[in-house]
Design a protein around this ligand. Structure first.
Ligand SMILES: *Cc1c(COP(=O)(O)O)cnc(C)c1O
Length: 435
């Protein structure tokens, strides 16, 4: 697989280069030169395959020239080693649960695959790979648990002190081994600024082999196509041919992967982009004017993004044709008040606890269904995280129903280890150089 930059269509880099660079120097995003199709016969018979089998088929279609079959198979099986079940709520409404991985959020798919791809490409005796990541909550946990124990790598995670939930903090601070967590006395933006400065620092780059693990890495996008194909397989087994996917969106990596899957041959009737008050994309699809804004804080805080970094990839997939995107992707945004009533409604109607991000995807599904009463497709909203990661949002009666998964319970027995720093870059730099 060769990749180009969305800022330079003549650029050609290998997959390996794209993975370690994360982003081209011209600040575009890497995209595959050619979107390879899955074989029609495979898609026609997809209901016969399991998630690891589907994942391997996709990975080998894309990466067979880069990684020998046996290695790729082992890698994919290790990365996609948890379920992504489609749960039926009523005759036409389903929830695709993407929170059964180690950090209880869909980012596990991307982070586990990326960490193993990086480790695979690191040759014996090569310099340690230093991953620097800033997190507002979910990314850090997925990256920490994705890289935990992966040889030849070390991860440093910056999180805003006191501003992540308990479960999120435990996932960052109880690992030890090759994972270091730093509580920064500041906001997520301060954490991100420190990481950005570190990547631009000559001395740090001379001493360390730095890489970022953020959501724009192509190795995070690819594995997110797996669960779309696998969801389709599950629905086909239940007799559905047409599927609508509603995706809670912030940086638009998740729905971007869905659209990539579509371009690879996945039959999807309709995509729905569901956002909180950070509605840059819904406004763009409506008006044709792409205007980013500073992000505003909401209950669905993993989607508090004013300038969605993956949007340019989606524009590229559709040759900048807004009409083509509009036909395939409906977009809706919801306020915090609506999010809360969505949580209540899902609970009352289906006895199901949805995290705030998931509730927004549900609300978008409902709006779409009301606008399209004749559409008999399976309506699937994606659940991107387990509710226990966002306890502060829930009314007490629903909060009581949230069961902590066993992997979280056991974290509580581990000591929390983290360093504390201010938001001054020289202090952070000194900390890194000391090691
Ligand atoms: C990251 C995240 C999202 C947003 O996904 P994007 O790929 O950035 O659109 C939604 N929900 C949860 C729980 C997340 O962690």
């Amino acid at each position: 697989m060769k990749l180009y930059s969305t800022n330079n269509k003549d650029l050609r880099v290998s997959f390996q280069e794209a993975v370690f660079n994360s982003m081209p120097q011209d600040k575009g995003l890497y995209m595959p030169v050619e979107i390879l199709q899955l074989e029609q016969e495979f898609i026609d018979n997809i209901e016969k395959y399991s998630l690891p089998e589907i994942a391997y088929k996709i990975a080998s279609t894309l990466l067979k020239d880069e990684i020998p079959a046996a290695d790729l198979k082992a890698l994919v099986e290790e990365a996609a080693n948890f379920d992504a079940p489609v749960v039926k709520l009523d005759e036409e409404t389903f929830v695709l649960e993407l929170f059964h991985g180690p950090s209880l959020a869909f980012k596990d798919f991307g982070a586990r695959f990326m960490s193993r791809i990086m480790a695979y490409f690191l040759k014996d005796g090569e310099q340690l790979l230093d991953v620097l990541v800033a997190t507002s909550g979910d990314t850090g946990g997925a990256v920490a648990l994705g890289f935990l124990g992966v040889p030849n790598t070390r991860v440093t995670i910056l999180f805003p002190k006191g501003k992540v939930s308990e479960v999120q903090r435990l996932q960052l601070t109880t690992n030890g081994k090759n994972i270091r967590a730093i509580a920064v006395d500041g906001t997520f933006d301060d954490c991100q600024a420190l990481v950005k400065q570190a990547f631009a620092d000559v001395e740090l780059n001379a001493k360390f082999r730095l890489t970022s693990a953020n959501s724009i890495n192509i190795a995070r996008l690819i594995p997110q196509t797996f669960y779309y194909f696998n969801a389709y397989a599950q629905l086909k087994r239940q007799g559905f041919k047409d599927v609508v996917f509603s995706v809670p969106s912030g940086n638009f990596g998740n729905i971007g992967a869905g659209l990539l899957a579509y371009k690879m041959g996945l039959p999807v009737h309709q995509f729905i982009a569901a956002t909180n008050a950070n509605d840059t994309v819904p406004r763009f699809l409506e008006s044709g004017i792409y205007e980013t804004k500073p992000s505003v804080q909401t209950y669905a805080n993993a989607m508090d993004v004013g300038a969605p970094s993956n949007w340019v990839r989606i524009m590229n997939l559709f040759n900048d044709d807004r009409n083509a995107i509009q036909e395939l992707v409906k977009a809706y945004s919801f306020t915090d008040e609506e999010t809360l009533s969505g949580i209540n409604e899902v609970f009352e109607q289906f006895n199901y606890v949805a995290c705030p991000h998931t509730a927004i995807a549900y609300l978008a599904t409902k709006t779409y269904t009301e606008e399209n009463p004749g559409d008999k497709s399976a309506k699937v909203f994606l659940s991107t995280a387990h509710a226990c990661k966002f306890p502060e949002v829930f009314p007490v009666d629903i909060l009581k129903k949230i069961q902590l998964p066993t992997q979280v319970e056991s974290l509580k027995n581990n000591p929390e280890l983290y360093d504390e720093l201010g938001k001054d870059f020289e202090e952070f730099k000194g900390y890194l150089l000391e090691e």
